[in-house]
Design a protein around this ligand. Structure first.
Ligand code: ADP
Ligand code: ZN
Length: 293
């Protein structure tokens, strides 16, 4: 075993549907990071083990694509639940990791890990609560309240909420479960389905952006009214459109109608502070948190 400087390390896994990011840290810097394509659990975890086997770990944090089982009293705790990704549905992810490395392990969703990373070291640093929303292939949100990840009977599924339809939008929606929920109407694939053009290639003045902004702003209104977080952080591929962020802020203020007092919208609804790294940094910080418990 290769132990850097004789110190034991924290491990982090950001397990996404397209790629896994593995990293080790000594509690400060990331010392090594590796990206692996997500294929079957066996193939992918073989590479994960190859990466971490060279270290002596004292804790590991996993932020996984979901839905995942988080209820410790249930048999499916630590499992990936219903997913169309081949081989992953009902896979005992946490159990497989714990069998290999008998160490404290934090287990949560990828978006919760990202929210945690943003709270500790990113755009919500110094706050007690935040919501992290990713708008990419899907839509998902993580919630940190009082510096802890929030969960109830399950982890929240805030990408699948109901939104009011835009009067000019007649698209049926992409969600296989609900069709026209938020994810169905506003995730990246819905842009391409409406226009035949991928979001990254669509001009800024295309009318579809106003529709996107309308749905995402409604979601942020709903999250604000139900959870009153100190900050809302937006990540994901679609949010690379700066003009969309501006449109969302405008819609948010308009739709709120002055009802609830929030911080200045440019401070309240912000872009991620740890671009592309919120999830892996959050996973490493959760490993540390778990080890210190
Ligand atoms: P994933 O959600 O799979 O992790 P991304 O967050 O990159 O990956 O999301 C991919 C989706 O975001 C695709 O639908 C893609 O068309 C869209 N997308 C990626 N980059 C941009 C961009 N610059 N502007 C608008 N949409 C984008
Ligand atoms: Zn849905």
């Amino acid at each position: 075993i290769w132990i850097r400087g004789g110190k034991r390390m924290y491990g982090g896994i950001e397990a996404g549907g397209t790629k896994f990011v593995c990293a080790v840290s000594d509690g400060g810097e990331i010392l090594e990071k590796l990206s692996i394509p997500t294929t079957t659990p066996e193939e992918t975890l073989d590479q994960v083990f190859e990466f971490f086997d060279r270290y002596e770990l004292k804790g590991i944090g996993i932020g996984s694509f979901g839905p995942i089982g988080i209820d410790k009293t249930k048999d499916n705790y630590g499992y990936v639940l219903a997913t169309p990704k081949k081989g992953w549905a009902q896979f005992d992810f946490l159990g497989t990791i714990k069998e290999r490395y008998n160490i404290p392990a934090a287990w949560t969703t990828d978006v919760n890990a990202a929210a945690y990373g943003e709270l500790k070291q990113g755009a919500a640093q110094g706050k007690n609560s935040c919501i992290y929303l990713t708008v990419g292939t899907g839509i998902g949100a993580g919630v940190v309240i009082n510096e802890e990840i929030f969960s109830g009977i399950a982890h929240p599924e805030m990408g699948h909420i109901w939104v009011k339809r835009h009067p000019d939008d007649h698209y049926e929606g992409t969600c296989p479960y609900h069709k026209d929920c938020l994810e169905g109407l506003a995730a990246g694939p819905s842009i391409e389905a409406r226009t035949g053009i991928k979001g990254q290639d669509l001009p800024q003045d295309h009318p579809v952006w106003a529709i996107q902004a309308y749905y995402i702003a409604q979601a942020l209104i709903n999250y604000t009214l139900t959870l009153a977080p100190e900050k809302i952080i937006l990540g994901g591929g679609v949010m690379n459109q700066d003009h969309l962020l501006q449109k969302i802020r405008q819609q948010f203020v308009e739709l709120m109608g002055g009802y609830m007092e929030t911080p200045q919208v440019s401070e309240y609804i912000v872009r991620w502070g740890l671009p592309n790294e919120s999830g892996i940094i959050g996973s490493l910080l959760l490993a540390e948190h778990e080890h210190q418990k």
